[in-house]
Design a protein around this ligand. Structure first.
Ligand code: DHB
Length: 368
C-alpha cells in the first residue's frame, strides 16, 4: 500500500518500569477501539506504532522525534506521566503534529503547545470536587499527601485552597518522591497528627502500596479516613487491596462500575480481550483518545495535515464509557462529569460505586 494511504499513530507509553500498568491499560484500550471500529478510515489504513518510553522524559522526546522525522506519523499519542507529555510538546508545535494526551493530568499540559488535545482528565477537576464534599461530611481537618511533581502539586493546591475556602483546615501538606516512594515515614507522621482524614494523590499503580501501609499502621482503626482523587483506588489494583479499602471515598471521572450501557459493553469487551483485566481510568483515556483521532480522520479524509486534524479534534462531543465528554475548542481540554464514589463490595469484588455527580466539569486550573 502506498505510503500516503497509511495514517500513522505514534503511541508512546510506559510499557515497562514503575508506570507499566498505565501502558498496559492504554495499549489494550487502543487495540480494543481498533478491533471494534476497524483499521480502514476514509480510505486510509490506520497503523498504530507503539513505543516504550519507560517513563523517562528524555526517552519520550527521542522517540517522538524519531516518529515524526523517520516514520512521519500523523498523530502523537499516549504519554503516561506529565514530564513525558511536557518533553514532547515543543516537537508537536514545531512539526504541527497533534499530540493526544491520554494519561497525564497536570492542568498546564494543554498550555505547553497549541497542538495538545487531552482525553484523560485534570487533577484540579477531581480535587475541587473532593474539597467540596469532605466538609459537608464531617471532615474539617485534613492532612494532604501527594506525589511530588506536577499532578500532585495541582492536587494539593486545588484541594487545599478550596477546602480552606469551605472552612476546612490543612495543618500539614506532605510530598513523597515519584521514584521509589516509601510512604511509611509520611504515614507515621499523619498518625501522630490525627486529622479527620488523609487526602491522597499518587499516580496510577501506586495506590495499593499506600492502602497497604495505611492499613498496617491501623490508621483506619484510629479513626483517620482516607480520601483522595480516584487515582488511589485505581480499578486496575482495587480488587486486590483488601478490606482496608472499603468505605474509601474518592472523586474521579471514571469507574469501571459506572452504570451505563456504553460502559457495561466497554468493560465486558475489554475484559474478554484481556484475560479478565479490569479497565481503569487510563484505559478510558486511551479509548476516548482513539475515538477523537478516528473522528478527526473521518471528518478531514486525512487531507490538510496536522492543522486540519487538530481543528477536527476541537469541539468533539460524544458518549464515553465515563459518561458525556466534550473537547473544549478553546482550551483543547476534556470536559466531563466528576463522580463521588465509595469503595464497596459488589458480587464479591471491590468497586468504586458512584453516589453523586458534578456535571460537565471544566478544568478549574486554566489561567487563560
Ligand atoms: C499522572 C500520572 C498518573 O498515573 C495519574 O494517575 C495522574 C496523573 C501524570 O503524570 O500526569
Amino acid at each position: 500500500m502506498a505510503q500516503d494511504n497509511v495514517f500513522k499513530i505514534g503511541l508512546i507509553l510506559p510499557m515497562t518500569g514503575q508506570q507499566a500498568t498505565t501502558g498496559r491499560q492504554i495499549e489494550a484500550a487502543a487495540r480494543l477501539w481498533m478491533a471494534q471500529n476497524g483499521d480502514t478510515i476514509a480510505g486510509k489504513k490506520v497503523q498504530l506504532i507503539l513505543k516504550d518510553d519507560t517513563s523517562v522524559p528524555d526517552v519520550t522526546r527521542r522517540l517522538a522525534q524519531e516518529l515524526v522525522v523517520n516514520e512521519k506519523v500523523n498523530v502523537l499519542a499516549g504519554f503516561g506521566i506529565t514530564p513525558s507529555a511536557l518533553a514532547v510538546a515543543p516537537i508537536a508545535t514545531q512539526s504541527k503534529t497533534p499530540l493526544v494526551v491520554m494519561a497525564a493530568a497536570t492542568s498546564s499540559i494543554t498550555e505547553a503547545s497549541p497542538y495538545v488535545v487531552r482525553t484523560s482528565f485534570t487533577l484540579p477537576q477531581a480535587a475541587v470536587a473532593m474539597a467540596d464534599w469532605a466538609p459537608k461530611n464531617g471532615i474539617k481537618n485534613v492532612v494532604t499527601l501527594v506525589t511530588d511533581y506536577g499532578p500532585g502539586l495541582d492536587a494539593e493546591r486545588f484541594f487545599k485552597s478550596r477546602f480552606e475556602f469551605n472552612g476546612g483546615k490543612v495543618p500539614e501538606a506532605l510530598r513523597v518522591p515519584l521514584r521509589n516512594p516509601d510512604f511509611a515515614p509520611f504515614l507515621q507522621k499523619v498518625r501522630d497528627l490525627k486529622p479527620d482524614a488523609l487526602f491522597v494523590f499518587v499516580p496510577s499503580g501506586a495506590g495499593a502500596a499506600v492502602m497497604k501501609q495505611f492499613g498496617e499502621r491501623g490508621m483506619d482503626k484510629a479513626g483517620i479516613r482516607l480520601i483522595g482523587t480516584g487515582d488511589v483506588t485505581d480499578d486496575d489494583q482495587l480488587n486486590d487491596m483488601g478490606d482496608v479499602a472499603l468505605g474509601v471515598v474518592t472523586s474521579h471521572h471514571y469507574s469501571a462500575y459506572h452504570p451505563s450501557a456504553a460502559n457495561k459493553k466497554f468493560v465486558a469487551d475489554f475484559q474478554k480481550a484481556n484475560k479478565g483485566m479490569r479497565p481503569n481510568f487510563m484505559a478510558v483515556g486511551g479509548y476516548d483518545g482513539m475515538r477523537v483521532i478516528y473522528e478527526a480522520l473521518k471528518k478531514t479524509g486525512g487531507k490538510g495535515g496536522g492543522d486540519a486534524l487538530l481543528a477536527a479534534m476541537k469541539g468533539q462531543i460524544f458518549e464515553s464509557p465515563r459518561g458525556p465528554v466534550f473537547i473544549d475548542a478553546q482550551t483543547r481540554d476534556v470536559v466531563h462529569n466528576i463522580y463521588l464514589r465509595k469503595v464497596e463490595k459488589k458480587d464479591g469484588q471491590l468497586h468504586n460505586v458512584e453516589f453523586d455527580v458534578i456535571k460537565d466539569v471544566k478544568d478549574p486550573g486554566k489561567t487563560k
